[in-house]
Design a protein around this ligand. Structure first.
Ligand code: EPZ
Length: 429
């Protein structure tokens, strides 16, 4: 298995281009199942999760074409992908494919809405918590789907198509909102989604669906109203910038020091995280095409954080922020409210010399003077990248094992950091 070796202690200086958002690209690709015409997606990141979903869509019969590179494009310029679901041959998503990536379960919504049936494997356990799909099933039932669980599969059917209804989520769910939007787009009549997720990726999906002919109002607010239409058509849509990649590199600069401009991204996608970073003593400035992050010399102030649905502090940046807080002056409290088991990075950060105590959903971090490199490994994507950040600021060499987690969600990580002066290299197994 590949490893990443980092020799820490060098500040980061330069420009990092931000990729298209993985968590927007995935539901957008799934939305291609809603129409027989071509959906063209621009700025799709080159990531293992995207490749996995392409395989899953291919299994349903979706035609997938990557548009050739244009002059000036590099390996890191997002791809343009054309997806055409004109010949769907199979409405089953098998366990072997769905178990590799949880988001692929969301295919249940467009398959059911367009073909009246879907058989999709339950996604199974996950390293960051139990992550059930009960609310996604509830949403589909509210639209008239008959659902059974059989042999580990969700078998969903509708006799005369889905019908609009009221979906009230008892807790905010991003996947639940994606599923509700896609199903309601082709349902007969009006659907009201209450307590909808407000994440930018939900807004991006809604904007793409609107381009495809859907009638949606209120995306980005807790109440979304969808007037169903009988068919959707092809469209072209650009994937929004990855706010988690943006926040991750911002925290890397805050921790290792330096001056980096994050390009092709937007501050409004992650205000809460940038506000917190500014409170730690990092300079954050919006530029014409992105965000400039600077920290030169000054210490890192300890700041308390609680994760929350958007516009709150994102759970997907919790691990990276904890890495930063390990070098803060004083004690900080980090509370995780979205997932019940998202602290696997704590033990690994401790291997680098961090002092963190866990009390249920709260991590109490005592800032230390310095971290020291060590071999580490992580069990999920964001936890892995928190170790990269910590390794950049630690003395000596850090080896990160199980790099495939990073490849799931960070495009060209070593190249982007390496160009800013980081001593980082991949050792192929
Ligand atoms: C999305 O997952 C993201 N994944 C996650 O990013 C992200 O951490 C999460 O939203 C929260 O922001 C993608 O977009 C592909 P949820 P999702 O449904 O949709 C509970 C990453 O690293 N819940 O908003 O699966 C659930 O257990 C990933 O890129 C139910 O109880 O998350 C959790 O506690 C990790 N029943 C909470 O809701 C359900 O039916 C929020 O989950 C569904 C969810």
């Amino acid at each position: 298995m590949d490893r990443i070796h980092i020799t820490g202690g060098t500040p980061l200086n330069g420009v990092i281009p931000i990729s298209g958002a993985k968590n927007a690209a995935l539901p957008l690709m799934i939305a291609s199942l809603l129409t027989g015409e071509t959906l063209e997606l621009v700025n799709v990141p080159r990531l293992a999760d995207i490749a996995s979903l392409s395989r899953i869509l291919g299994n349903h019969g979706v035609d997938h074409m990557v548009v050739g590179k244009r002059p000036g494009q590099t390996a890191e310029t997002g791809q343009t992908v054309r997806l055409t679901a004109s010949n769907v041959i199979d409405t089953t998503a098998p366990y072997e494919l769905v178990s590799t990536m949880r988001a692929s379960f969301w295919v249940v919504a467009p398959l059911l809405a367009r073909f009246g049936e879907a058989k999709v494997s339950l996604p199974g356990g996950c390293a960051i918590g139990t992550r059930p799909v009960d609310l996604l099933i509830m949403a589909l039932e509210k639209l008239g789907a008959q659902i059974e669980i059989d042999g580990g599969y969700v078998v969903a059917k509708t006799k005369n198509g889905l019908r609009g209804g009221e979906i009230r989520f008892p807790k905010v769910t991003v996947g639940g909102t994606h599923v509700a939007l896609m199903a309601a787009a082709l349902a007969y009549g009006t659907t009201v989604i209450e307590n909808a997720a407000r994440e930018p990726e939900v807004v991006d999906l809604a904007e793409c669906l609107i381009k495809m002919g859907a009638r949606i109002e209120g995306a980005g607010t807790p109440r979304i109203v969808v007037e169903g239409v009988s068919r959707l058509h092809g469209a072209r849509h650009e994937v929004l910038p990855d706010r988690i990649e943006t926040g991750t590199y911002a925290m890397a600069v805050a921790m290792a020091g330096g001056d980096v401009t994050l390009e092709d991204t937007r501050a409004d996608l992650l205000h809460s995280a940038l506000d917190v970073l500014a409170t730690t003593g990092t300079e954050v400035t919006s530029t014409e095409s992105g965000i400039r992050i600077r920290r030169n010399g000054a210490g890192i102030a300890a700041v308390d954080v609680t994760t929350d649905p958007f516009p709150g502090f994102p759970t997907d940046l919790q691990a990276q922020f904890m890495a930063l807080m390990t070098l803060a002056k004083g004690r900080s409290h980090i509370r995780e409210t979205i997932f019940e088991n998202r602290f696997m990075h704590v033990q690994e950060l401790a291997r680098l010399g961090a002092k963190i105590r866990l009390e249920g959903d709260l991590a109490v971090v005592e800032g230390v003077e310095r971290l020291k490199g060590a071999p580490v490994m992580a069990t999920d994507l964001r936890a892995s990248v928190s170790l990269v950040i910590a390794g950049l600021a630690a003395e000596g060499e850090t080896q990160i094992n199980r790099v495939y987690h990073l490849d799931r969600g960070f495009e060209a990580l070593e190249a982007k950091l390496g160009r800013c002066g980081a001593e980082i290299r991949r050792v192929r197994a």
